[in-house]
Design a protein around this ligand. Sequence first.
Ligand SMILES: Cc1cc2nc3c(=O)[nH]c(=O)nc-3n(C[C@H](O)[C@H](O)[C@H](O)COP(=O)(O)O)c2cc1C
Length: 163
Amino acid sequence: MKPEDILRIFEKRHSCRAFSDEPVPVKSIGIICQAGLMAPCAMGKHASHLFVFKRGEDDYNTLIQLSKDDNGRNPFYSAPVIILECLDKTSVHMTRDGAAVIENILLAASMLDLGACWIHAPSVIFGNNPKLLKRIGIPTDYVVVGGISLGNKPDHKGQLRIK
Ligand SMILES: Cc1cc2nc3c(=O)[nH]c(=O)nc-3n(C[C@H](O)[C@H](O)[C@H](O)COP(=O)(O)O)c2cc1C
């Protein structure tokens, strides 16, 4: 890959807030999560954990239901895949650790020509609320620090193929 191709991945990373119904290949989701967990972390604690919610699954429906605002608006823009990032209590800089992981995820999505958007709402709604965390299958001592909406862009013309 040429240096200008690498820069292009950064340049074309933009928040995507509309998604097609086309499913995201499991392999792409795996690569994106791996990229996220390769982010730097304060004092090498590696305290981030990623939870993937896919449309059609019970936990996805519960996540959407608990996240809707008073007007019934879904903060995830109806993305077919939602990733929640959580930190365990060993993290010494939760928000910074969290941000590094999310940025890696957004860049990996850009590399794969997928649409993605950083979503703040889950950190406010779920945070470290054990009752709500339990309802979406996340360990009750974790802290949600952010979310990512992920899917194919509406105008997508074929993802980078992963073999
Ligand atoms: C900490 C943080 C929280 C964000 N939360 C949201 C959000 O809740 N909803 C949303 O649509 N975009 C959110 N964004 C995306 C920003 O609005 C977006 O990155 C910014 O407007 C620049 O646009 P770009 O991503 O297309 O370059 C967030 C970005 C950051 C860094």
